[in-house]
Structure formats: C-alpha cells, structure tokens
Design a protein around this ligand. Structure first.
Ligand code: BTN
Length: 256
C-alpha cells in the first residue's frame, strides 16, 4: 500500500480523494486530529496506516493493531454531518460490503461493532475535533481485522478476521477502496441510517446479556429509536433507553 496505489482504482467522487498513508503511526484517529494544524480539515480526507502502535478503542480501551494484518484508517467529515448518528454509517457500509461482495454474513451489535457469529470483525471509533475556524470535524476511525491468523490471548475467544472466516488472504487496499465506495453511496442527506442499521442487526427482539455499572443481567432488546439509542426491557420489567455504551458492556451471548 502507498498513497498512489490507494488512489489508483478508487471509484469514489469525493471520499478519499485526499488520502494519506503511513507505514506506522500511533493511531490514525490521532494522526488525523494532529494533521489539521492551523488549516481546517478537508472533507472526506482519509488517513491510512499499515500498523498502529497505540490504536484507540471505544471507552478508552486499546485497539490491538500493532501489525500489518488489519485495515486501520480514519475518515474526516465536516459539519454539517448529513447522517445521524454518524457512528452507524461505517458499520452499515461494512456489513453491505461483506455480505454483497465477500459473502460473509456479518451483522451489527449496538452501538458500533461488526460481528460475524459472536465474534468481532471490526470496530468503529468516532471522535470530534474543534477546528481553527471554530467549526467541528468528525474523525471516523475504522478497524477491520483482515489477514490475522491468530490474535493475542486476551482476544483469542472474541475476535475474528476475514482470513480466519474464509480461509484466504485479502488485499487491504482493495477492501479500503470498496468500503469507501459503500460509505460514499450511503452518505446522503436523505438516508435513514438508523433504519438501515435496524435491518442489519440481530439484536432487536433478542435477549442480551448486559453489564451496566458493574451489574450483569439479561435484558430484552425492543429496538433502536430514531436517535440511535437502544431501547430495552430490563430484568425488573422497566423500559429503559440506553444512550451510550460508556457504562454498558453488552455480552457476547444472545439468548433465545
Ligand atoms: C472499538 O473499540 O470497537 C473501536 C475500535 C476502533 C479502531 C480504529 S483502527 C483505526 C482508528 N484509529 C484508532 O486508533 N482507532 C480506530
């Protein structure tokens, strides 16, 4: 991969037309944020790294990406953001790519995970950044496990890669180009990304193991509201709306 090869064959109109590549960075999200300097970010700029030494996961966790087996990149989007919630967009696009072009039956786990079976194939981290002109840029980080044949012990039971799923290696460059095309296709003012999200998850109607503020219980997922918040019936029968996953750990188990 390099900047030129990433641009060659890219079929998008605007997304990734500004493309940066590095063999190694701390985190593509941090790199994208740093790169703004005194110039506001370019809409649709994409930052790709072959490996990350300090990949960032959701909730302040680390994202294992200190190898060149995955696809690690970040997209910059400027206000006004056309799709809400923005964090749903990459997952929907990735599930479409996996199902339509690769034959992998992926599905979404609230809020932002892409799973195959009960294993995590990809994660998404959206962060905002104040620009020098007082506007906001959104940095959409996507990590997709591609060619890993094994994971570190702490991930061995929960993570999966495309290679492990299909038995063959993939070109990360081609995956990136096709994923950017899917994202650009969906990123339109009139798209109801929540509805797209709902039709690509198995959670709605399922019983799910959830740990909230350290307390585990089974909850029944009723739906996702138009703002993208998770609606559940808790173990005590109360209806609850969960806004973010910061104090919530949805277990891997789906009940019957
Ligand atoms: C999660 O915890 O599920 C979110 C993981 C997001 C990982 C991606 S890899 C590219 C981008 N840069 C980062 O440091 N994190 C995101």
């Amino acid at each position: 991969m390099n900047e030129r090869s990433l641009r060659d064959g890219l079929a998008t109109t605007w997304l990734g037309r500004t493309m940066f590549y590095a063999d190694s960075v701390d985190s593509t999200n941090l790199w994208a944020a740093r790169s703004s300097g005194t110039n506001p970010q370019v809409e649709g700029a994409v930052f790709v790294a072959a490996r990350q030494t300090r990949g960032r996961g959701s909730g302040g966790s680390r994202w294992y990406s200190d190898d060149t087996d995955g696809l690690w990149f970040s997209i910059v989007l400027r206000e006004p953001v056309r799709v809400q919630p923005l964090s749903f967009l990459p997952g929907v696009a990735l599930v479409d790519l996996l199902r339509q072009e690769i034959g992998v039956d992926a599905h979404l786990k609230w809020p932002n995970d892409v799973l195959v079976g009960d294993r995590k194939l990809a994660g998404i981290l959206v962060e905002s950044q104040q620009q020098s002109d007082a506007s906001t840029a959104w940095i959409v980080g996507i990590g997709l496990n591609v060619n890993q044949v094994a994971f570190p012990p702490e991930l061995a039971d929960t993570a999966v890669s495309l290679r492990l799923l299909t038995g063959r290696p993939f070109r990360r460059q081609s995956l990136l180009q096709r994923l950017l095309q899917q994202i650009e296709r969906i990123y339109r003012t009139d798209v109801d990304v929540v509805q797209l999200w709902r039709t690509r998850t198995r959670m709605i109607g399922a019983r799910v193991r959830a740990t909230r503020r350290g307390v585990p219980s089974w909850v029944h997922v009723v739906g996702v509201n138009d703002a993208g918040h998770l609606q559940v019936i808790a173990a005590d029968g109360s209806q609850q709306t969960w806004v973010s996953s910061t104090d919530l750990d949805l277990g891997r188990e789906f009940g019957e």
